[in-house]
Design a binder for this molecule. Structure first.
Ligand SMILES: Cc1ncc(COP(=O)(O)O)c(C=O)c1O
Length: 407
């Protein structure tokens, strides 16, 4: 009888054979050593989780509607939560939507997975940012999309470059299946796409017959400046799909997010979701709904924005204070979100520097992890939501010391 390890290669799908454990994740395990100040994660600050009020929310749900909350639910989601979201998105965002435009999902990550399944066959071309969120790269890679990278600068994705690509593929008679963007306080760079670029991106979608996936977990975490309309609200023709989540504005542990999409595609998304999990946790949806119903969400967002704004300020001040004033060293000034992005002189490689940073007891994520083509070697992502205020100052000092040494 053969060992299972001997027969597996003949049984695995081509897709699973192409999946690789990320070296970056292996490297990041080092960041869990004691004493390390980590700017590597993308986690909300747990000290802000509303645990006290959640005790009451949980007992209310179990007493009032335990039979429903603990049962299976509709794939589309809890209709009370959907109603709440419709009202919120209409009032605050000007999105012209109703109930049929919303699908509750198990986190925005599931939305990325479902959208990949619905639109992409292996080798289908899509446009993504250089850099882009790692989880999106994983979702697109797992379905073997052909990724075409477009630089993301301080104004957001370079839409002229997008146009060039759409033109080029159009001439070949090939369709770009979608354009993936994080317009507000992008993970990883912290930059926000300007209104002009959003307008042009939508125009390009209309002209070339493709759609845009707007991934928007950080939109509500704005520290300063005027909000720029979301693509999902600017678009009146159903070409923009918006992904949202409670992970960063409340907590990620319930894994609840939502997709706003045109009704014409909802059926497909629902059918793609059913074999995955039948429905997102009805219990988790009840919990989130009850929290929102009590009017607690907005005050909570206000509270976290205040804390994260202060942390961002501290990180910017520390960078200003400690980083050497050398040509090629630069960082973004995010107006919201959880991250900022540091560029080093071209000849420095943040991946090579990483073990030295760990020796100095500070960690970051190397920018190449966010580039599907492994470019962006001289960049790094720093998270400011999770570390404490003291850690931010000390960690940036350690990082700057390292940069001074290697320069
Ligand atoms: C851009 C982006 N999209 C999606 C996600 C996944 O969010 P969720 O926790 O809702 O699955 C994240 C999480 O960090 C993210 O940064």
């Amino acid at each position: 009888m053969k060992k299972i390890a001997d027969i597996l290669p003949g049984l695995l799908s081509e897709t699973s054979k192409s999946l690789r454990r990320s070296e970056i994740r292996e490297l990041l395990k080092l960041t869990r050593q004691p004493g390390i100040i980590s700017f590597a994660g993308g986690l909300p600050y747990p000290g802000l989780f509303p645990t006290e009020v959640m005790k009451d929310v949980l007992s209310t749900i179990l007493e009032r509607e335990g039979d429903l909350a603990l049962q299976y639910g509709p794939t589309e989601g809890d209709s009370r939560l959907i109603d709440f979201l419709v009202k919120w998105m209409r009032k605050d965002e000007g999105a012209e939507i109703d109930k049929e435009n919303i699908l509750i999902v198990s986190g925005a990550q599931q939305a990325l997975d479902l959208i990949s399944k619905v639109f992409i066959d292996p080798e289908d071309p899509i446009i993504i940012g250089l850099p882009s969120y790692i989880g999106a790269l994983q979702a697109f890679r797992s379905i073997r999309a052909k990724m075409i990278g477009v630089p993301v600068g301080k104004q957001g994705m370079d839409v002229d470059k997008v146009e060039e690509i759409l033109k080029k593929y159009g001439k070949k008679g090939e369709k770009i299946k979608f354009i993936y963007v994080v317009p507000d306080f992008q993970n990883p760079s912290g930059v926000t796409m300007t209104l002009e670029r959003r307008e042009k991106l939508l125009e390009l979608c209309y002209e070339y017959g493709t759609i845009v996936i707007e991934d928007s977990p950080y939109r509500e975490l704005r520290f300063e400046g005027e909000s720029i309309p979301m693509l999902g609200a600017m678009d009146k023709r159903g070409y923009a799909f918006s992904l949202h989540t409670f992970s960063k504005i409340l907590f990620p542990g319930t894994r609840i997010g939502w997709i706003i999409a045109n009704k014409a595609i909802m059926d497909k998304l629902v059918m793609a979701k059913q074999p995955t999990d039948l429905c997102s946790s009805p219990f988790a949806q009840s919990v989130i709904y009850e929290f929102c119903r009590r009017g607690l969400l907005k005050p909570h967002i206000k509270k976290i924005v205040k804390v994260y704004r202060k942390k961002r300020d501290l990180m910017l001040e520390a960078l200003e204070k400690y980083m050497p004033n050398e040509e090629g060293i630069d960082w973004t000034h995010p107006h919201g979100g959880l991250f900022l992005w540091v560029s080093l002189p071209e000849h420095l490689d943040a991946e090579e520097l990483f073990p030295k940073a760990v020796e100095k007891k500070v960690a970051y994520v190397m920018g190449s992890a966010f580039h599907f083509d492994r470019s962006g070697k001289n960049t790094m992502r720093l998270n400011f939501s999770f570390p404490s205020e003291e850690q931010i100052e000390e960690g940036i000092k350690r990082l700057a010391d390292l940069v001074v040494e290697v320069l």
